[in-house]
Structure formats: structure tokens, C-alpha cells
Design a protein around this ligand. Structure first.
Ligand code: HEM
Ligand code: HEM
Length: 127
């Protein structure tokens, strides 16, 4: 498997383990205050990045561009900043980190849109 897809899969699986552990802790403690941070660790970390990895596995040529590397880095840094940022926002400790992380996550999704449009356009015209 190509490196970029592997990075997506390994980090997505790591976010799944962390997110589910977080969920079990919330369920066991009965304290659901940080539920949106747990939810987005799973959704933006595990689900979204696993989907990026799936796409880069299915369309390996899409993973070869520098843009694809930037797209994945933005997604990874976005999750790592956004999740503690959501927790901080919930605890009234400031919204800056959540905003910065969410912006990176959105930028990453926009780049992904461009990459998908370009690479699947090529694949369609070729076949
Ligand atoms: C071991 C696995 C998991 C456990 C034990 C768990 C546990 C929980 C608990 C206790 C809550 C709070 C519910 C409430 O207050 O009503 C919650 C919320 C949530 N969980 Fe999980 N969860 C798990 C896995 C996942 C996964 C894999 C995803 C997504 C792919 C997910 C997405 C969400 C979302 C979106 C919420 C609501 C977030 C919000 O409040 O805005 N969870 N989970
Ligand atoms: C830039 C990225 C994102 C931002 C800024 C964002 C923002 C939010 C906000 C403000 C909430 C409400 C939280 C609350 O109830 O306190 C929310 C809930 C939620 N978001 Fe996101 N989100 C993002 C990405 C995503 C993604 C990628 C997914 C799915 C793959 C997702 C799925 C959900 C779900 C399932 C809920 C919970 C809805 C509920 O409990 O009723 N979000 N999000």
C-alpha cells in the first residue's frame, strides 16, 4: 500500500481507539459533558480520515500529488487541534483552538474535493 493511504489508515485507527476509549470512559463515569469532543474525534479523526485513506487506496494516482500530502497533513493537524479545542470551548476556556482546528479540517475537505474532482475526472475520461 502507498505511504499516504497507510498514514491515513494507521492514524484513523489510532483516533478510533482513542475516541472509543473516550466514549467508554464517558459511559462509565456518567459524565457526558465532553461528548461533542468524543464525537468529533471519532467523526473527523476516525471516519473522515479512514475515508480519505480508502479513496487514496482506490485511486492511487490521486495520492501521488503534493496536494494530496498537504490535504492529509491539514486533516491530521486539524483533528489534533480541533478535538482539544472543542473540549476547551465546552469548558469555557476559549474557542480559538476549536476555530483554528475546524478551519484546517474544512480546508482539508476543500482540497479533497479538488483532488477527487481532478483524479476521478481523469479516470472517467480514460475509461
Ligand atoms: C466504544 C465505542 C463508543 C462508546 C462507548 C461511545 C459512547 C458515547 C457516549 C456515552 C456518548 C454521550 C451520549 C449522550 O450524552 O447522549 C456518545 C456520544 C456520541 N458519540 Fe460515541 N461512543 C463510541 C463510539 C463512537 C463512534 C465510533 C462514533 C462515530 C463514528 C461516535 C460518535 C458519537 C457522536 C456523534 C456523539 C454525540 C456527540 C455530541 O454530543 O455532539 N461514538 N458516545
Ligand atoms: C469543520 C468541521 C466540523 C465542525 C466545525 C462541526 C461542528 C459541529 C457543532 C458545533 C456541533 C454541535 C455540537 C453540540 O451539540 O454541542 C456538531 C455536532 C455534530 N457533528 Fe459536527 N462539525 C464538523 C465536522 C463534522 C463531521 C466531518 C461529521 C461527520 C462525519 C460531523 C458530525 C456531527 C454529528 C453526528 C454531530 C452531533 C449531532 C447531534 O448530537 O445531534 N461533524 N458539529
Amino acid at each position: 500500500m502507498k505511504t499516504l493511504a497507510r498514514i491515513c489508515w494507521v492514524t484513523a485507527a489510532l483516533y478510533a481507539v482513542l475516541g472509543m476509549s473516550f466514549g467508554i470512559y464517558m459511559a462509565a463515569s456518567g459524565d457526558h459533558t465532553l461528548s461533542p469532543a468524543h464525537g468529533h474525534l471519532n467523526l473527523v479523526g476516525w471516519a473522515s480520515i479512514a475515508l480519505y485513506g480508502t479513496f487514496y487506496t482506490l485511486v492511487p494516482t490521486a495520492a501521488e500529488s503534493r496536494l494530496a500530502g498537504v490535504q492529509v497533513i491539514l486533516a491530521e493537524v486539524g483533528v489534533i487541534i480541533m478535538v482539544p479545542g472543542i473540549a476547551m470551548a465546552i469548558m469555557n476556556a476559549g474557542e480559538g483552538l476549536a476555530k483554528a482546528g475546524a478551519t484546517l479540517v474544512l480546508l482539508s475537505a476543500l482540497l479533497f474535493l479538488i483532488i477527487v474532482a481532478r483524479s476521478t475526472g481523469r479516470a472517467t475520461s480514460g475509461g
